[in-house]
Design a protein around this ligand. Structure first.
Ligand SMILES: Cc1cc2nc3c(=O)[nH]c(=O)nc-3n(C[C@H](O)[C@H](O)[C@H](O)COP(=O)(O)OP(=O)(O)OC[C@H]3O[C@@H](n4cnc5c(N)ncnc54)[C@H](O)[C@@H]3O)c2cc1C
Length: 487
């Protein structure tokens, strides 16, 4: 078997096939694995992730993949999330003893950036999501903003609650994202189970998560070749005849899984085939949205927390990379919640020069407005916002900053997008598709990519008359959720 693309879709597919006893060769054009979830080295020698990546407790397939490659222990899960707004109000969201769907309700009731009226409206919308088991009776195919307005959500609730969670989860603005995707996020992550919302953050550079892949494939006689760019898929009489590489060499196999981004996939096919075949031509309808990562190195510690979600600001998440990548960090679930003084916006963190300073990463999803802006302007805007929520940043010196703009970071989960997303089995014999953009039912996430890889592996095996199941089910609903979901 051949897999093209060493991102999470290609790697998970290759590992699943190897676990089923297949000899797999994986070809990746870059020098490193991980695709969009990768790390690389800056000219000054610092190793950075292209952008902070997080998972959640509800991402069952990604967790299964990490377990298969021995990376589970490199992800730290946190029970508590801190939210800060521009007025300096801090709210801590964490679990209570109440059963799902009420486990987060006491923390939500204390959320300081919203008023009582906003919260009552949100509670009504969440109740509708639970009653529908994540599939509300109507409106789920509209855009998320329309759905929220039709449910009477206040502007504050939209801006300070729904938008804060969903723009980063979907990498899209609420008026451009299909409501069902947003509803799914709330049902699976925050309502249906006790642990679905827990944030999982890599405790190592992303590249280290894939260290076990090479050995896993080699154990079955397979291999991973990097710097191996496939130039085209050679198709004869409706079947794949082979893959042609940049240097003109060819590789032949029983089945081929192409796990590259959708636009790169179209370039590998003969142009007339793309025109003729509706499944391929439809991929031109997929739009993409940008993510911007801002890496900041301060001369001192400006926060002692592992991460912050920012409310009502352009900057959406701040990750304390010095702490997350440092061995002294422990998952909150292991050490109990830390205490940031409410109302200080993190000012409780001492502003002392740290020996190695502090490395923070700020993430802004759906960052359309930043795409045309200069790096310097972006750094200045983000720094101003950080000074609002982390006062210790005001007296800190910014030693170095890097801006990574991914202008086509992910496909946009626009209303109706699923009709353009293809299944794993392509119309060409022996050719299978994987990638976060295939029909996984998930937005563009690492979980979606692994789901696509596992689906492709199942499809390849069924093509060779074997039956194996790799796809992991969602976490089953817990607590009182069953009592609410209407049949
Ligand atoms: C900035 C950013 C932040 C993100 N944050 C998160 C997050 O926090 N949580 C989350 O779950 N998801 C996040 N995502 C989304 C997540 O990274 C992707 O959904 C996922 O990694 C996609 O995996 P993939 O394998 O489908 O595609 P890719 O990762 O794009 O992999 C495709 C691979 O194919 C290779 N390739 C392309 N063409 C060829 C060729 N011709 N020959 C050989 N190889 C080729 C590429 O080099 C690449 O390695 C983020 C994405 C970005 C860009």
């Amino acid at each position: 078997m051949i897999v093209v693309g060493g991102g999470l879709a290609g790697l998970s597919c290759a590992i699943a096939l190897a676990d089923a006893g297949c000899r797999v060769r994986l070809f990746e054009k870059r020098p490193h694995l991980g695709g969009r979830a990768a790390s690389y080295t800056l000219p000054d020698g610092a190793e950075i992730d292209n952008c902070q990546h997080v998972t959640m407790g509800c991402c069952t397939n990604l967790a299964d993949f990490y377990a298969r490659v021995g990376a589970s222990g490199k992800i730290r899960f946190f029970d508590h999330m801190l939210f800060a707004d521009r007025e300096g109000r801090v709210s801590r969201i964490g679990p209570s003893r109440l059963p799902p769907p009420f486990h987060l309700a006491p923390a939500f009731a204390r959320f300081r950036s919203l008023g009582v009226g906003d919260k009552l409206g949100i509670a009504r919308a969440l109740a509708e999501i639970i009653r529908g088991g994540g599939k509300p009776r109507e409106g789920a195919e509209r855009n998320m903003l329309e759905w929220l307005r039709s449910r009477g959500q206040t502007p504050a609730a939209i801006e300070r609650f729904w938008r804060v969670v969903l723009v980063s989860a979907l990498d899209e603005e609420l008026d451009r994202a299909q409501a069902q995707y947003g509803i799914d996020v709330f049902y699976k992550a925050f309502l249906a189970t006790r642990g679905g919302y827990r944030l999982g953050v890599p405790a190592v550079p992303l590249g280290e998560l894939y260290a076990g892949c090479q050995a896993a494939l080699a154990a079955r006689g397979g291999e991973i070749r990097t710097r191996a760019r496939v130039a085209r898929v050679r198709i004869e009489a409706g079947s794949v005849a082979g893959l042609v590489f940049d240097d003109g060499s060819e590789a032949v196999a029983d089945a081929y899984v192409v796990a590259v981004p959708h636009d790169a996939f179209l370039e590998l096919l003969p142009a007339d085939l793309v025109e003729r075949e509706p499944v391929f031509a439809a991929l031109r309808q997929l739009r993409t949205s940008p993510i911007t990562g801002i890496h900041l190195w301060f001369d001192r510690e400006v926060t002692s927390e592992p991460f912050w979600a920012l409310v009502g600001l352009e900057s959406q998440w701040v990750f304390n990379k010095s702490l997350l990548l440092h061995p002294r960090v422990e998952a909150e679930s292991e050490r109990g919640p830390s205490r940031a003084a409410p109302g200080t916006g993190g000012a409780a963190a001492p502003s002392k020069p740290a020996r190695d300073g502090q490395y923070l990463q700020v993430v802004i999803s759906a960052s359309y407005d930043l795409v045309p802006r200069s790096r310097q302007e972006i750094v200045e805007r983000v720094r101003r916002e950080l000074e609002l929520v982390l006062p210790a940043a005001r007296s800190a010196e910014l030693l170095k900053a890097t801006v990574v703009k991914e202008t086509s970071a992910t496909f946009s989960p626009a209303p109706g997008v699923d009709r353009w997303r293809p299944p794993a089995q392509s119309p060409i014999r022996q050719l299978f598709l994987a990638g976060d953009w295939t029909r996984t039912g998930w937005p563009a996430t690492m979980e979606g990519a692994v789901r696509s890889g596992y689906s492709a592996a199942e499809a390849v095996l069924s093509f060779t008359w074997q039956r194996r199941e790799f796809l992991q089910p969602d976490l089953p609903p817990e607590g009182l959720v069953h009592l609410w979901v209407r049949s």
